[in-house]
Design a protein around this ligand. Sequence first.
Ligand SMILES: *Cc1c(COP(=O)(O)O)cnc(C)c1O
Length: 398
Amino acid sequence: MATNKKPGKWRARTLGVRGGTMRTPFQETAEALFLTSGYAYESSAQAEGRFTGEDDGYQYTRFSNPTITMFEERMAALEDAPVARATASGMAAVSAALLAGLSAGDHVVAAKAMFGSCRHVIADILPRFGVAHTLVDGADLDAWQGAMRTGTKMLFLETPANPTLDLVDIAAVAKIADGAGARLIVDNAFASPALQQPMKHGAHIVVHSTTKYIDGQGRCLGGVILCHEDFLNQRLQPFLRNTGPVMSPFNAWVHLKSLETLDLRMREHCANALAVARFLRRHKKIARVLYPFLDDHPQHALAKRQMSGGGGGVVSFEVAGGKDAAYRLMDALSLIDISNNLGDAKSLITHPETTTHSRLGAEARAELGITSGMLRLSVGLEDADDICEDLEQALGAV
Ligand SMILES: *Cc1c(COP(=O)(O)O)cnc(C)c1O
């Protein structure tokens, strides 16, 4: 196979279209879909060579596959990361990154505001294997520093966080991790590499739910882990190869085509989200609007420093009148769909208290600032005026 990857020379938008492309002798212009579980060898000696590693061809799709390789190379180029490995879902990426790097007796420090399942892995699953944790307020750098102890091997954060859109200063937390010889994992699902490249700020590992903005059109589940060669070779590769949470070649192919439009889509998501955030901020029935690129966001300066080009596609807001008012608004919508997914071309709205964050419990929700009137809106790629008009008419029912 011929490759035309020239990372380092091309700009991000070009890398999204062409990074990692390999062509068969047919010279197809679109990436080939290798929907195969295995590969045949020319001889028994070649089979032996593949297993000793002397021959670097493909063996079995649980280990690697050319379509998945193209997706991994393109993601690594976009994140400016040394290497990438694709997984079956975002949670497969998060749990593999943690489990590959941790052993019984180790300790993890994580920002409280994170995706519900990430919290479950850190706070409920890891303790069963002897891994302790401390949850901190992600914005409080002294709390991060104070939580570090002997045995702290990994730090975990998500920025912007779901659903409050709180930010964490990646560079500052990476410095704390470096001081202890620990690794910082950043969940970059909300921003995507088009808006934020955590490795440039010192993160050691980046994870994504590619189900969200990478796919961008609500079709395929997937995840990806970006890291350095040493972590890949010593920890991650043996873990993934033998536990098997691999991405389907079909999903990798869909994601490859999605990456061609990632930059364009993210610009429009950001422009639409900002327009919707400004519309909501002017509305009397809205008590509070959370969006990192609104100038009254408490971490606006950090948002501008850490993210480029926009604050992402998610806007959270609070309807005056609590759960009743929030439900009335949602049920009166005609364009925006009620759905707990996000990062779709279609605008989707969810009530975190009763869905995505219901299992957290009232106390943890209060700590995170998730109130009864809070709604999380994943602003899609429809005309911003149609989205605002739908919200306007639905607010009439409140
Ligand atoms: C959706 C999401 C995940 C989980 O990803 P799946 O693809 O659903 O497994 C993890 N982190 C964040 C921030 C997410 O939004």
